[in-house]
Design a protein around this ligand. Structure first.
Ligand code: ADP
Ligand code: ZN
Ligand code: ZN
Length: 745
């Protein structure tokens, strides 16, 4: 028997080995093996059984070890790895490394312990004999006879003060047995979501939920690949739909992957899901998968799935690679979240990979969101996905009112910059008096270098690309970082002539100070990546907020996801413009998503919620459509714009970033490369750039970028990857491809 192995040794090649007799029985495609390469041992994944014709078989070395009797990569995962390597222009070895937890890649085995258990009970004469002849053995027998389940050997021996010889003697006589058991480490035993009430009895579905659920159940029974997009407004009960589908699949013996954007940020979702799953199907305990697991915990989870002992995993992005057996359903909750995209190699999108894995496994993929990505919505519109809708909140509860505050007027009234409008301050005071809570959102900290006129709201945008231009401080230029167009930064607003031009957004700190000023007696807490760098601080603050020890929480989007606080009746968005005017064609989409999601957080209990949005451009579509959570209206307008500029979803976008210490050299080679692409692939791709990145220099390294727009992404990526290999890059230049980037920054 010969196998082809993908070694995990830092290069991308298939090597062949002989399989010795003793390892053949469980050897299969996807097996994790140890093989010699030159003088060292490496782990590898079996990629094929057999060898090419006329292969010089006699010289092959032997596989030295088979680590598990089951494949480490299921067949669908191995196919997925190959697809990803091609689609994301990345080495197969890097993909396989991503798919396997570090502890598995290091060859760690099962952690086991020896246990003792009773085999049979002794009758009275036997017991008397034992007592007389071997009092130590009798002591052990008496102890085990009282236990309901096997006991840890080391513990029993030390507790009874006896040696292993004693237990061995009883084993030999067939009275007790000794067994090797895997040790379970408890992966998700924490109290982040303390206070979460879990209903053991599911609510009866309403008519719309019933319709969506029935449609899904039918697809699941078919057992074929398909994708459904569940578009349900916030609070419409999407989780119930997920749970019904999961229940059906588990009952039928299938496996499930449930993806959430970021486990740490969605503790309630995870806790609720686990609670409900445990109540529904106690013996199917879910494996929880997230970045804070220890290696040992992760290994346990991985093994439980790979052996088929557990059949459901709940986790962030990388859980899409869990070795779930007989995979029938993948759920991607909040499918629009950019957090699904990995921003290091391999730069994959968890949602897209989920759809592909479902396809390879012949499973159903269920995408859910209150604000679907335009990519997914477009796929639903053109019939590639099935659209399921929940247009109403449970019990027809009203969505909170969104009040738009025109900051241009506010600034005129106060004759200067103001952070909090009178309306927002009034609403905050009112909540404070009523002992209700407020959340203030600020957009991504610090970074914003587009120009905004605070008199008329005008933002300078590129006429070719319809994205905001970026201000480059060092040469006082405005640049479009898609096409490279540039012009001097104006001193006056080009539209109204005002001198009141703003370049940056507000920091969380400044907002916190402003809140302290207007509510000196309130308990205020700030939450952003600066203050939250300590791992547990985040949970701590959330727990305090939940228990009512904080009146006002100020933070970035990171507090917006999946949080559900019944006592929060006011949500303020301090600076809606920043997200709208980042230089990205998805800026409007992100703003709309943020507004709708934020509004969905307010007033969840029986109290009505209020949302106050401060903006310099109240007329913009993202803001107007979000007032009534009108997704269809927003999507129609936005898709029209995308079509006009042939932006995704109408074409794919690939980003190519060049980095190096010498800006002239960087520019030169980037331009040479662009010329080469233009000549060879000019009919399949539209190039924009190369141009300096919006942040031109990071840590003494300059950055240039080039964009490819194409309708034939697979073919174009393959050709770029090939050309890239043959191109004479200078040694000090790094270049990175990002297929389907979610951010243009
Ligand atoms: P979404 O995920 O769509 O925002 P959720 O799934 O969180 O909505 O549901 C919102 C609330 O409504 C939850 O507290 C949930 O338990 C409850 N709920 C869902 N479906 C029903 C139902 N059919 N009857 C009563 N309550 C329901
Ligand atoms: Zn102006
Ligand atoms: Zn442009």
């Amino acid at each position: 028997m010969i196998v082809g192995v993908h070694p995990l040794a830092g290069f991308d090649k298939l090597l062949h080995y002989q399989v010795p007799e003793g390892l053949r029985a469980h050897m299969q495609v996807g097996s994790l093996v140890r093989v010699p390469i030159v003088n060292r041992m490496h782990l590898g994944i079996v990629g094929m059984i057999g060898a090419p014709d006329n292969f010089p078989v006699s010289k092959l070395k032997n596989v030295t070890q088979l680590l598990h009797p089951f494949p480490a990569l299921t067949p669908d995962l191995l196919s997925l790895a190959r697809w990803m390597a091609a689609y994301y222009a990345c080495g197969l070895d890097a993909i396989i490394e991503t798919m396997l937890p570090a502890s598995v890649r290091n060859g760690a085995g099962l952690k086991t312990e020896k246990q003792l258990a009773l085999v049979r009970r002794l009758d009275v004469p036997e017991l008397e004999t034992l007592n007389r002849r071997a009092p130590q053995q009798a002591k052990l027998y008496a102890f085990l006879a009282q236990q309901f389940k096997p006991q840890r050997k080391s513990l029993v021996l030390s507790r009874l003060g006896i040696t292993a010889a004693v237990s061995n003697a009883l084993v030999k006589r067939g009275i007790i047995r000794e067994e090797e058991r895997r040790i379970e480490r408890i992966a998700y035993d924490d109290d982040w979501a303390a206070g979460e009430i879990v209903a053991a009895h599911p609510p009866a579905l309403n008519d719309e939920q019933r319709a969506a659920s029935d449609a899904l159940a039918a697809s699941l029974r078919e057992g074929k690949f398909g994708v459904s997009l569940l578009h349900g407004v916030t609070g419409s009960g999407k989780t119930e739909i997920y749970l019904h589908a999961i229940h059906d699949v588990l009952e039928a013996g299938g496996g499930v992957i449930f993806l959430v954007p970021e486990v740490a940020l969605t503790p309630q979702t995870v806790a609720r899901l686990r609670g409900r799953l445990n109540a529904l199907i106690p013996h199917h305990g879910a494996v929880v998968w997230h970045s804070h697991l220890s290696d040992g915990e992760r290994l346990d989870g991985w093994l439980a799935l790979a052996t088929g002992e557990k059949r459901i995993v709940v986790g962030a992005r990388s859980a899409i690679f869990a070795p779930v057996q007989n995979l029938r359903l993948i759920v991607v909750d909040e499918e629009h979240e950019p957090a699904y995209k990995q921003d290091e190699t391999p730069r994959y999108h968890g949602r897209d990979v989920a759809v592909m894995r479902a396809k390879l496994a012949g499973a159903h993929c269920l995408l859910g969101s209150a604000t679907p990505s335009l990519e997914s919505f477009f796929n639903a519109q053109n019939g590639r996905y099935r659209l399921l809708q929940l247009p109403r909140r449970i019990d027809s509860r009203k969505l909170p009112d969104i009040d738009i505050v025109d900051m241009r007027i506010e600034i005129m009234r106060t004759r200067g910059m103001t952070t909090l409008s009178r309306q927002l301050v009034g609403a905050m005071r009112d909540r404070f008096e009523k002992r209700e809570q407020t959340i203030l959102f600020i957009n991504r900290r610090g970074y914003s270098s587009s120009m905004l006129c605070s008199e008329c709201g005008h933002v300078e945008a590129c006429e070719h690309c319809s994205i905001a231009m970026t201000y480059h401080r060092h040469d006082e230029q405005l640049r479009c970082h898609l096409c490279g167009a540039e012009r001097p930064a104006p001193l006056r607003c080009p539209k109204c002539g005002s001198l009141k031009i703003r370049w940056r957004g507000l920091g969380t700190q400044r907002v916190e100070e402003a809140v302290r000023h207007v509510l000196p007696h309130a308990r205020i807490e700030r939450m952003d990546t600066d203050t939250m760098s300590r791992k547990n601080r985040f949970r701590e603050v959330l727990a305090q907020f939940r228990s009512g020890k904080i009146d006002v929480l100020v933070g970035t989007q990171m507090i917006g996801k999946g949080l559900d606080f019944p006592n929060v009746t006011l949500v303020g968005l301090v600076d809606a413009d920043i997200s709208m005017h980042v230089p990205d064609f998805r800026a409007n989409e992100r703003t709309f998503q943020l507004l709708v999601q934020v509004a969905g957080r307010a007033g969840r209990g029986d109290r009505a919620g209020e949302v106050v949005v401060q903006t310099f451009t109240p007329q913009s579509e993202a803001i107007q459509f979000s007032r009534h959570a009108d997704f269809a209206g927003f999507a129609a307008g936005e898709l029209k714009m995308r079509e006009q500029f042939l932006y995704p979803p109408y074409r794919h976008l690939i980003q190519h970033v060049f980095r190096g210490p010498n800006p002239e050299k960087l520019q030169f080679f980037a331009e040479q490369w662009a010329r080469k692409i233009e000549q060879t692939l000019g009919d399949k791709v539209e190039l924009r750039g190369p141009a300096p990145s919006p942040i031109e220099k990071i840590k003494d390294e300059y950055r240039y970028q080039l964009w490819y727009f194409t309708a034939q992404v697979t073919k174009v990526v393959a050709e770029i990857a090939k050309l890239r290999q043959d191109f004479a890059w200078p040694d000090d230049m790094i270049q990175v491809l990002d297929v389907d980037p979610v951010s243009l920054m």
